[in-house]
Design a protein around this ligand. Structure first.
Ligand code: AMP
Length: 281
């Protein structure tokens, strides 16, 4: 596997790639787990050349976020990618991505009014800006994003559409532990006891989907029910039922229908975990 630390190194390689080769790209922050691997495998199946980026992007962390503690395991990540037969890894230092104060930001409005966008102000501006930079550097044909970060996926798709990036965004289903817990680099913050509580998040969402399918309860009642049944021990940052396209919460007194997602963020110990499930009725 080729490893590039600078834009210049990557560009030199890019210029040697035949024009008819299809490039697949998986942007990550490293600390790779099976969720990331599923994205890489999709790309390896679909594309001639698969690349990953590993970059913990300071622009998307607030000052009180966990950027310092964020898990880093570059050697292990490289080994994992090599074993998968990934073609290249772009692993820049912060100075390479931000050699000077950045004055240009990509802002996808409206879609960040709710969910994590509402709770982590400015987070998605950091995400879209770094993803746009990575797209301009890597110039992939396809880019693979996990549906675990559903809001991120919707926002990136909109950015690509609005700005006519010549890239197709592929959403990939959430990979979970056997107990239902969505895989996340942040799961390693959990203690043994917290690991036992964490699967309640997915149990709660699954119960929510069952209630939605029954078509008897309003959105407000569904959320109330799942909170009391599964989430008493868990601190909820947000939890609601949203329209999948607009990411606007459904009205509390309506029975949910259409293309919807039940999504939430939860604090367990030091970890803030997100999860969602989607359904079309
Ligand atoms: P991250 O390193 O957390 O920025 O994630 C990089 C990519 O992997 C994003 O597109 C995430 O949505 C995706 N991802 C993270 N966890 C999972 C998971 N459990 N299942 C599927 N995709 C995931």
């Amino acid at each position: 596997m080729k490893i590039f630390r600078t834009v210049k190194e990557y560009k030199k390689y890019f210029n040697t790639i035949q024009k008819n080769k299809i490039i697949g790209f998986v942007p990550t922050m490293g600390a790779l787990h099976n969720g990331h691997l599923s994205l890489l495998k999709k790309s390896l199946q679909k594309c001639d050349i698969t690349g990953i980026s590993i970059f913990v992007n300071p622009l998307q962390f607030a000052p009180d976020d966990d950027i310092e503690q964020y898990p880093r395991q570059e050697k292990k990540d490289i080994k994992i990618c090599e074993e998968l037969d990934v073609d290249f890894a772009f692993i820049p230092k912060i100075n390479e991505m931000y050699p000077e104060k950045i004055l240009t930001m990509i802002v996808v409005s409206n879609l960040q009014d709710n969910l994590c966008g509402e709770k982590r102000k400015g987070h998605f501006n950091g995400v879209t800006t770094v993803v746009a930079k990575l797209f301009n550097i890597i110039q992939p044909n396809f880019a693979f994003f996990g549906l675990k970060d559903f809001q991120q996926y919707i926002i990136i798709k909109k950015m690509v559409k609005d700005l006519i990036f010549p890239i197709e965004i592929i959403g990939c289903e959430i990979i979970r532990e056997r107990n239902g817990l969505a895989m996340s680099s942040r799961n390693r913050y959990l203690t043994k006891e917290e690991r036992e509580i964490a699967p309640n998040i997915n149990k709660a969402l699954r119960f929510g989907i069952e209630l939605i399918k029954e078509q008897k309860l309003t959105a407000g009642k569904i959320i109330e029910n799942i909170r009391t049944k599964y989430l008493k021990e868990i601190k909820i940052d947000y939890l609601n039922i949203y329209d999948q396209d607009t990411l606007i919460p459904l009205e509390k007194d309506k029975i949910p229908s259409g293309k919807i997602a039940i999504a939430g963020a939860f604090f367990i110990g030091k970890a803030r975990l997100i999860d969602n499930m989607r359904i079309s009725l």
